[in-house]
Ligand binder design. Structure first.
Ligand SMILES: *Cc1c(COP(=O)(O)O)cnc(C)c1O
Length: 231
């Protein structure tokens, strides 16, 4: 077995152990393999080991990779998890299944405008600056409800708001790792009291996936623990 297949097994073992501890079914958590900076062949190896959902950060790199893997397109789910400028929205709307990194209404408008009618609705999350760091991208907590309502009001069959995504500040120790994930969980609960029906929490990476599963993550974004260290 190649190292990607072995690493995938180990990540799934961690996911299952955390789900067991949380009293959740392991099936309630989707593992997204973050393949940014790794070649298409690494995605092929992960696919051969049973992995289906892949996350990418850089639009240019990802469009080339999706193209190089066109023969597997119907077997793969592609998620954009990195920053998106509105002038790149057209290519992204046509190539991806999900976008986790919507951080302003204008991006959602462009994605809806350019989503091909022949495809199912693009599934989107709003990225939230949950740790409140000045330098990080994502909506401030106070902006999330109005933007979420406006995204839903775009309506139509081109785009569907599914939930929230965050990249918390790195923390040591389970308790400190859990705090921002819990805050995102509570924010979704608060939004859902306004009838938004959000079912997705995209949170948890290689270093803190247990904390995220314990706090209700539905999508984990795991890169280095699957593909190795990035250079
Ligand atoms: C790179 C990246 C990940 C994966 O990080 P690892 O620490 O390698 O698991 C997850 N989410 C986002 C937004 C990323 O940019």
């Amino acid at each position: 077995m190649g190292s990607i297949a072995i690493n995938l097994q180990e990540v799934k073992r961690r996911l299952s152990a955390a789900a067991l501890e949380a009293g959740r079914s392991a099936d309630s958590v989707t593992l997204l393999a973050v393949s940014k900076t790794f070649p298409a062949d690494a995605v092929r190896q992960a696919h051969a080991a049973g992995q289906r959902a892949f996350g990418e950060n850089y639009v240019q790199e990802s469009l080339a990779k999706i193209e190089a893997l066109a023969d597997l397109r119907s077997a793969l789910q592609w998620h954009l998890i990195g920053p998106l400028q509105s002038n790149k929205a057209r290519g992204v709307a046509a190539a991806f299944d999900w976008v986790h990194s919507v951080d302003r209404l204008k991006i959602a408008e462009r994605l809806a405008e350019h989503r091909p009618a022949s495809l199912p609705p693009l599934q989107v999350c709003l990225q939230v600056n949950i740790s409140g760091e000045a330098s990080k991208s994502g909506l401030a907590v106070a902006e999330v409800l109005p933007v979420a309502r406006a995204v839903v009001a775009l309506g139509g069959d081109r785009l569907r708001l599914r939930g929230l995504m965050a990249i918390p500040e790195p923390a040591e120790g389970l308790a400190d790792q859990r705090a921002p994930h819990r805050a995102l969980f509570e924010l979704r609960a608060e939004l859902n009291t306004h009838g938004l029906g959000l079912d997705t929490l995209s949170m948890g990476m290689s270093a803190d996936l247990e904390a995220a599963v314990l706090e209700g993550a539905t999508i984990l974004r795991v890169g280095s623990a699957i593909f190795g260290a990035r250079t």
